[in-house]
Design a binder for this molecule. Structure first.
Ligand SMILES: *[C@@H]1O[C@H](CO)[C@@H](O)[C@H](O)[C@H]1NC(C)=O
Length: 312
């Protein structure tokens, strides 16, 4: 109780999955597999898109951005959790926590903004096909992606500074499995009213607005597609959106489920598991969503591999 009086900053304790006593090995193995698949899958996507000129289109450039962000996302969250489940040493230093907070907040925000940019790209491609190349030109895409990265980085810096000046005198036990903004604000013993207002603004800027933009893009896309006469063209137009649409559903779906589920004391642990699936599974699936369904990417991978085999 008197950590704060003597002014020392002590460690935090991450309790996220400590209730799963007998399942720690299973959990470690699961996390390790998901982590490795995410890193490898996303690096392959980045490499393939970089190497194959045919994939140098706005959609694939944004996908490349998404892959890089996903690598940062899992790297900021999973290695520490893996260490905890393996060693059962659940301490995290204040600096470690702040570090994790920065990169985790950054990558979630950047993920959202890049996904929203991709929705914009799909909107222009389907609803304004004739102007597509002039609207989504290189400069626009580069500025859009620079904007995503900058806004996320600045926002995350502000959030991190905000959290780092809070007092944590009451408890140092983190009920979640990583240090994120909501958990830290809930844990803090400082007056958090103004911080809760800031959280509301965050939700508005990084959840409500991007979500609404994405939904309205898709409403227009679908109504445009339905007006297409030829069923072949219709199918072609729709299939150019399915990968992105799948990612959007995977990304927002779990959040909506968590959000709409009634609060209950007992479901904290269950919530943690759903959140873990979210943190670990969604970034892992992205490369598969984009490659398995997509002939361009599969052909490109095949070409890169066969070219390398021929040249060696
Ligand atoms: C992100 O996207 C922009 C514009 O589409 C592209 O120019 C840039 O190379 C991409 N960066 C990464 C790291 O994927």
């Amino acid at each position: 109780m008197n950590y704060c009086e003597n002014g020392t900053i002590t460690d935090f304790y991450i309790l996220g999955f400590s209730h799963l006593k007998t399942k720690q090995i299973l959990l470690s193995v699961g996390i390790m597999i998901m982590f490795s698949l995410t890193i490898v899958g996303n690096l392959i996507i980045t490499l393939v898109i970089g190497l194959v000129p045919k994939l140098h289109t706005p959609m694939y450039f944004f996908l490349c951005n998404l892959s890089v962000v996903d690598v940062i996302y899992v790297s900021s969250s999973l290695p520490k959790l893996l260490f905890i489940t393996i060693t059962q040493d659940n301490r995290i230093s204040f600096a470690g926590c702040i570090f994790q907070l920065y990169f985790f907040t950054f990558s979630i925000a950047c993920d959202v903004l890049v996904l929203t940019s991709m929705a914009g790209d799909r909107y222009v491609a389907i609803c304004k096909p004739l102007q597509y190349t002039s609207i989504m030109n290189r400069r626009v895409c580069a500025s859009l992606s620079a904007l995503c990265w900058t806004v996320s980085a600045v926002n995350s810096l502000l959030m991190t500074l905000l959290i780092s000046v809070l007092d944590f005198c009451m408890s140092r036990e983190i009920i979640y499995f990583l240090c994120d903004v909501k958990t830290m604000i809930a844990l803090s013993s400082s007056d958090t009213r103004s911080r809760e207002i800031i959280m509301k603004i965050e939700d508005l800027v990084f959840a409500f607005v991007p979500f609404s933009l994405t939904i309205s893009s898709y409403v227009q896309i679908i109504s445009t597609i339905l007006k297409i006469r030829s069923s072949e063209t219709r199918l072609k137009a729709f299939s150019s959106c399915t990968s992105h649409l799948t990612t959007v559903i995977l990304f927002y779906g779990p959040v909506l489920i968590l959000y709409m589920k009634p609060e209950s004391e007992y479901s904290k642990e269950q919530d943690n598991l759903i959140s873990l699936l979210y943190v670990a599974v969604v970034p892992m699936l992205n490369p598969f969503v984009y490659s398995l369904r997509n002939k361009d990417v599969l052909d490109a991978v095949r070409n890169v591999i066969s070219r390398n085999i021929v040249s060696t």
